[in-house]
Design a protein around this ligand. Structure first.
Ligand SMILES: [Zn+2]
Length: 236
C-alpha cells in the first residue's frame, strides 16, 4: 500500500476499440535540426490528448487532405516518454527514476498537448522524488519559472514543495549562490526572494498558497491539489 495520496479522479483507461491497428498516423516531431518519425494509433492518441483529437479529427481537415502524416515541433525525448506512457500507463517502472527536469518537461508537454493524465503522473513522480530525496534539484526551478504561468499547477507545485522541503538554512544557501554572477537567472532570483519574503511575513517556511508543512509531512500531501481533473484529455 502506497503512502502517497491516491487520485480522487483517476484517468479513465482507453476503451478497447482504441486499439485499431488499421488507423495509424505518422507524427513527425522536429526539434532543432533533428526530426524523428513516430507511428501512432490514431484513436488511442486521440483518447489521451485533446490537442491530437482536434488535430486528427477524421471529420476535419485531417481527413479532407487525405493526410496520414502530421508535423509538430517538440522535444523528441519527451515525445518518446509520452508514447511509452500511452502504451504502458507508466512514465517509468517502480525503482527506475526519471530525472526531475525530464518530468517537468513531460508536464509542460502534457499541458500543451491536452493530456491531463500524463501531467498528473508527472506531478506524482516529481512529488515522490522530492519526498524521497528531501531536496529539489536546482535546474527544475528556472525551467518551471520559464515555461509555466503562475496559475499553472506545476508553478504552484514548485512553490509548495520549496516551502515544504527547503529549510531556512537551505534557502540562505540558495540566496548566497544567487549572489554570485551567472549562477541563477533573474526569474530564479526573484523566486528565492519571494520565498524569503513570505517566510519573514509568516514567520516560517510558508507561502500564501500553502500552509507550512514539515518536510516529513510532505510525503502525505494530497496531490490532487496539483492535478488537472475533468474530461479534457478523455473522450468528451
Ligand atoms: Zn487527482
Amino acid at each position: 500500500m502506497s503512502v502517497y495520496s491516491q487520485c480522487c479522479a483517476p484517468q479513465a483507461r482507453a476503451p478497447s476499440h482504441c486499439w485499431d491497428l488499421s488507423d495509424l498516423v505518422e507524427i513527425r516531431v522536429t526539434q532543432g535540426q533533428e526530426t524523428e518519425k513516430f507511428i501512432m494509433i490514431r484513436p488511442l492518441l486521440c483518447f489521451h490528448s485533446s490537442f491530437f483529437r482536434k488535430l486528427l479529427d477524421p471529420n476535419g481537415p485531417f481527413k479532407e487532405n487525405g493526410a496520414k502524416i502530421v508535423d509538430i515541433q517538440d522535444d523528441i525525448k519527451v515525445f518518446v516518454a509520452m508514447q511509452r506512457w500511452i502504451h504502458t500507463g507508466h512514465i517509468n517502472d517502480v525503482g527506475v527514476k526519471t530525472l526531475p527536469l525530464a518530468l517537468c518537461k513531460i508536464w509542460v508537454f502534457a499541458d500543451k498537448r491536452g493530456m491531463p493524465g500524463l501531467a498528473n503522473d508527472a506531478i506524482d513522480a516529481l512529488h515522490e522524488y522530492t519526498a524521497y530525496h528531501g531536496t529539489i534539484p536546482t535546474p527544475t526551478i528556472p525551467y518551471i519559472l520559464e515555461n509555466t504561468l503562475p496559475e499553472s499547477k506545476l508553478y504552484k507545485f514548485l512553490h509548495a514543495q520549496y516551502s515544504a522541503i527547503q529549510s531556512n538554512k537551505s534557502l540562505v544557501n540558495d540566496i548566497e549562490r544567487a549572489l554570485r554572477p551567472d549562477v541563477f537567472d533573474e526569474a530564479t532570483k526573484s523566486f528565492l526572494l519571494m520565498q524569503l519574503r513570505t517566510r519573514i511575513d509568516f514567520g516560517g517556511p510558508a507561502t500564501k498558497e500553502v500552509e507550512y508543512k514539515r518536510p516529513q509531512e510532505w510525503v502525505f500531501e494530497d496531490r490532487c491539489r496539483w492535478h488537472q481533473h475533468g474530461p479534457r484529455g478523455t473522450f468528451d
